[in-house]
Design a protein around this ligand. Structure first.
Ligand SMILES: [Zn+2]
Length: 330
């Protein structure tokens, strides 16, 4: 094993399984998933180079709502299931401010003026929902098309680029959010350190990743949607993510194991990847309107049927995603 583990530096690893891109089929290559012998963090080995990794991302890897009834219905659904994320982040902001200012009306005013940076904003729905609620949210994404869509669809000021060269002054953000970003990175600690630099003292970082300590991974292994080879370079357990946050200078405060958007849908996609709407869009299969509707309804039924299991594993603190609020020490 050549490359050292990003958490503990050990180069020793145990082969877990071999996987390929079963979701988007961008490549026929197979990849080894290796568990660090010292700390247990799972990584792709060898890690793809940045140039190679870029070829594993389809061009339309974000949601672009179609101007049709189905498109509008899908956006309504996406807004509804994103409510969890919005509530988690606004609570973190309120608590950050209440800690500093005990006067509640003033707190609301102060929060609305503070900057929230969403890393990996995609089409901008999440920062857009924060802006609709009066927060000053902005976005950053590697894709110029995604950043343009965020401006166009949700009036979100968005910039395309690497987080490590973002045009934002240090110590200015009240919150930085990264939903499903860290698992894609070769060196996730760089992004965390950059978030630390951009946050003001006492500011909050909210991160979400698939949880490798979930029942879904234990039961499904390589078929679990959270593995997403070769786009996921690291598979974190909740404890790995906490260690990484501490290593980058953060204090973890709060954890959540259930996401209405991600956990039931993740199970549905694991069980029937060929029904996943994004995978069907990305793979560009031609479908008659009737076949599309039937597949959409079947997938939605599978998502609904997955809710009880996703809720049960989350109650046992083994949900298929983990969201953590962490603080830059004041
Ligand atoms: Zn390790």
């Amino acid at each position: 094993m050549s490359e050292p583990c990003i958490l503990c530096g050990s180069t020793a690893g145990k082969m877990l399984f071999r996987a390929t891109d079963r979701l988007y089929r961008t490549t026929d290559k197979t990849f080894d998933l290796v568990e660090c012998s010292a700390c247990g963090l799972i990584r792709l080995s060898p890690r793809p180079t940045p140039v190679e990794a870029a070829t594993y991302y389809p061009g339309n890897y974000w949601f672009d709502p179609a101007q049709s009834t189905a498109g509008r219905l899908e956006e309504l659904y996406r807004r509804w299931v994103l409510g969890d994320h919005v509530r988690f982040v606004t609570r973190a902001l309120r608590e950050a401010e209440v800690g500093q200012v005990p006067d509640l009306p003033a707190v609301e005013q102060k929060i609305s003026g503070s900057l929230i940076l969403d890393i990996g904003c995609g089409g901008g729905l999440f920062p857009g929902m924060l802006r609709e609620r009066g927060y000053r949210a902005i976005g950053l994404d590697l894709s110029p098309q995604a950043a343009a869509l965020a401006w166009k669809q949700h009036a979100v000021p968005a910039v395309a680029g690497e987080m490590t060269c973002s045009p934002i002054a240090p110590n200015t953000c009240a919150a930085v959010t990264m939903f499903h970003v860290l698992e894609h990175l070769d060196q996730p600690e760089c992004y965390l350190r950059e978030a630390h630099r951009l946050l003001r003292p006492g500011g909050r970082l909210i991160v979400q990743v698939p949880n490798a300590a979930s029942w879904q991974f234990a039961l499904l292994g390589a078929a679990w949607n959270g593995v997403d080879t070769p786009r996921h370079i690291h598979l974190f357990r909740d404890s790995d993510l906490e260690k990484l946050l501490v290593k980058a200078g953060f204090t973890p405060l709060r954890k959540k194991y259930f996401s209405l958007r991600d956990n039931p849908a993740g199970l549905a996609t694991s069980l029937a990847p060929s029904l996943d709407p994004m995978a069907r869009r990305v793979r560009g299969r031609s479908e008659s309107p009737g076949a599309r509707l039937a597949k959409d309804l079947l997938y939605f039924a599978l998502v609904l049927a997955s809710v009880p299991f996703a809720a049960a594993e989350a109650l046992a603190r083994a949900g298929s995603t983990i969201m953590i609020e962490a603080q830059k020490p004041a």
